[in-house]
Design a protein around this ligand. Structure first.
Ligand code: ADP
Ligand code: MG
Length: 464
């Protein structure tokens, strides 16, 4: 039953919250929405409070749709929802309102203009830190010990240490986690230092916006007034020359002023494509720490930690199974764990290796088939009775060139590697050579059934 607006009050608020809990699940509710309190309803607007700005932004950015829908269910004529910051036991902090408003049947979010003081163009500089990403929650193993130690050092020392600290590694191996951890630690131990974390994409976006508002000086000022700047995923800056230029200058200015910089990317500075050479060498002039792909031990360690944090009991056999089978990255492994727990809770079964096999079928299938280009080269060389080195050699005689083309074709069809990556593994060949090989083999397969059978047989051999 919908209430008319004035009937919705503090007493009904718990009912709405209970519904929210059902919708988002216990974990999300406890982490984020539990601290949401009801303040008032006036003029078709309800006002809710949370204890911190961070929580406000997180809730508005991630849950406003759900909250809005819930409110609409309870309250007729609702036009806006306001979120204000009110520390526990304190008063509402002025200038902290974010509003989601219904105009023309569309809900839009606006920020209290007072929170943009001192700048002539709208900013939301920096991004919030995720409370789950702390050093305490980071599991250290051989593959990430250097990156971890360097991050901790940067966070704990009061003086600038390695500048910049450049963290790099594949997707989901903990780069963002470490950066947030640095941020939290500095906030905790040296609250006077101003720390800004943002993605390279956001950096570019802000720069472009500053250009549009013809206010690049304010943009630069902002960066220059901080103590620690962390920019995540700088590979996204590649090719954008204008932004790179600005990045380079901002970067130099900060380094000259002895401010700490932390950068992450998916590649080492020298391997960043489409980045100017002088920027590459600047990026690499501090400490470059890479995070290697996880080992079985590290994966198991991480799973144990994540399971403990969620407070769920998972048989060691299942954790071992997951660590063995999901090897691509930590994020995927975490996703698998979540799915398993969700399934068990919903269906009410216990978590076993058998249920894991069923519930995670799709994930297991793909990560099961992580075949490397090297394995393909080896199998193909064996099959055609040529030397493995012929896969990389410049020799062009038919007896080695054809098997090499077949190996390239198989690399393309079995692995997820790109043409340039494949070319590199074949003695640094150009991606057009790989493309040519793929076409050639496809054509041969199409025209010759025996050849086709041979290739399919090879594929099965490699795949199994
Ligand atoms: P990246 O930024 O390198 O792509 P993230 O930092 O986003 O990766 O990590 C992906 C997920 O994996 C996050 O949930 C993170 O907490 C988790 N994770 C990665 N490495 C570790 C680790 N060593 N210990 C605990 N959690 C980890
Ligand atoms: Mg990341």
């Amino acid at each position: 039953m919908k209430d008319s607006f004035l009937d919705f009050n503090e007493k009904k608020w718990p009912l709405l919250k209970k519904d929210l809990k059902k919708i988002v699940g216990d974990t999300a509710y406890n982490n984020w929405l539990k601290q949401l309190s009801f303040i008032s309803n006036k003029e078709n607007t309800i006002t809710l409070s949370v204890p911190t700005k961070f929580l406000r932004d997180w809730i508005v950015n991630n849950y406003s749709d759900k909250i809005k829908n819930e409110c609409k269910k309870y309250i007729e004529n609702i036009e806006a929802i306001k979120f204000v910051v009110k520390p526990v036991g304190g008063r509402v902090v002025p200038g902290t309102t974010r509003t989601i408003k219904s105009t023309d049947n569309q809900w839009k979010t606006t920020m209290d203009i007072r929170s943009n003081q001192g700048s002539s163009y709208p900013t939301d500089f920096g991004a919030p830190l995720d409370p789950r990403f702390t050093f305490d929650n980071f599991v250290v193993g051989k593959p990430n010990e250097l990156a971890f130690a360097a991050s901790e050092r940067v966070a704990e020392s009061e003086k600038v240490t390695f500048n910049p600290l450049f963290l790099y590694g594949g997707v989901g191996l903990g780069k963002t986690h470490l950066m947030h951890a640095i941020g939290w630690k500095i906030k905790e131990q040296q609250p006077d230092r101003k720390v800004i974390y943002l993605s390279a994409e956001k950096f570019m976006y802000q720069f472009v916006r500053a250009l549009r508002y013809k206010d690049t000086s304010a943009f630069k000022e902002q960066f220059r007034s901080i103590d620690v700047l962390m920019i995540d995923d700088v590979q996204f800056i590649s090719g954008k020359d204008n932004t790179q230029e600005e990045f380079f200058h901002t970067f130099n200015a900060l380094i000259e002023q002895n401010k700490q910089i932390v950068i992450s990317a998916d590649k080492s500075p020298s391997d960043l494509d489409g980045v100017q050479d002088r920027l590459k060498s600047r990026l690499g002039c501090g400490l470059v720490a890479d995070i290697h792909p996880t080992t079985y031990e590290l994966r198991l360690g991480i799973l144990i930690e994540k399971a403990q944090k969620r407070g769920v009991e998972i048989p060691p056999k299942v954790l071992e199974f997951l660590s063995h089978r999901i090897i691509s990255n930590v994020r995927e492994m975490e996703g698998a764990l979540n799915r398993l727990v969700a399934h068990a809770t919903l269906v009410g079964t216990s978590i076993t290796v058998e249920t894991a096999q069923v519930v995670l079928q799709d994930l297991l299938k793909t990560s099961n088939k992580k075949i490397t280009i090297e394995e393909i080269q080896k199998k193909v060389a064996e099959h055609f009775n040529i030397r493995l080195t012929d896969m990389h050699s410049p020799r062009r005689s038919r007896s080695v060139a054809r098997p090499r083309q077949i190996a390239m074709y198989l690399a393309k069809s079995i692995t997820s590697r790109s043409l340039p990556e494949i070319g590199r593994k074949f003695g640094g060949r150009d991606h057009t050579t790989v493309m040519h090989a793929v076409k050639k083999i496809e054509e041969l397969k199409h025209n010759d059934i025996n050849f086709n059978e041979d290739i399919e047989l090879l594929k099965r051999l490699i795949d199994s």
